[in-house]
Design a protein around this ligand. Structure first.
Ligand code: HEM
Length: 207
């Protein structure tokens, strides 16, 4: 298979793997609304918000890990799905916000602004989302041409603070001591740190 063929296959497989959980979620809602047994539990809205939130966070961490993984494993093809994974993370985060805004806050912008002002974890989540907006908006080839590669790359470094804020959002949300937010924060922190280190300090990629 040519590398273009391999990349097309990888992109299709990625799209399928990331879209399937959303289809599963839609199916569970269909079961709920038709009165059938489903997996959404006693509070389906909370389940959905949390499920989409954790999906967005996982995809963000995967997007952060792609470059180091591509280097270490000598798989430059992986870089070809970085933008796609980032966009899926944004799609999950958008649905996460929409479900919360539409169902929990009944579309009230005032309630949303109040929430951002009063609850630290919501403010951190919103900050992460706002940082992802320009990245999603400039994800097209045309935008890369318009901004120029250097400026585009600089802008897309916003994914690092966005990842960090998303981890804080999760950590501030959970009550008591829980290990899951620590794992995500450690992963994101290590990936970000590895980008900040001078090149000579980084673990060399296999040659
Ligand atoms: C990049 C953006 C975001 C990411 C990655 C993200 C991620 C998460 C994660 C991982 C959780 C916890 C899931 C769990 O318990 O398993 C969560 C919960 C939640 N997030 Fe976000 N979030 C983001 C943005 C937002 C925004 C913008 C809002 C609202 C303005 C928001 C509102 C909430 C709420 C209400 C919960 C559930 C709290 C609860 O059930 O008590 N998130 N989010």
């Amino acid at each position: 298979m040519t590398s273009a063929g391999k990349l097309a296959w990888l992109r299709r497989t990625t799209a399928l793997l990331v879209a399937l959980p959303l289809l599963w979620l839609a199916w569970q809602w269909h079961l709920l609304l038709t009165g059938e047994a489903n997996a959404l539990g006693a509070n389906p809205v909370e389940y959905t918000i949390r499920w989409l939130g954790i999906g967005a966070l996982r995809l963000l961490v995967v997007a952060l890990a792609i470059s180091p993984l591509a280097n270490r494993l000598r798989l430059p093809l992986l870089i070809g799905i970085r933008r796609q994974i980032g966009l899926w993370a944004f799609a999950y985060a958008t649905l996460h916000l929409l479900v919360y805004q539409a169902i929990d806050l009944e579309f009230s912008l005032v309630a949303l602004l109040n929430d951002v002002a009063k609850r630290t974890f919501i403010a951190a989540g919103m900050a992460a989302f706002v940082l992802l907006l320009p990245l999603a908006a400039t994800s097209t080839r045309r935008a890369i041409g318009w901004l120029g590669a250097r400026r585009w790359q600089l802008l897309h470094r916003l994914v690092y603070p966005a990842g960090l804020l998303a981890c804080l959002h999760f950590a501030f949300m959970v009550k008591g001591q829980q290990v899951e937010p620590v794992i995500y924060a450690a992963l994101a922190g290590a990936l970000i740190l590895s980008r900040l280190l001078p090149k000579s300090w980084r673990i060399p990629s296999a040659k």
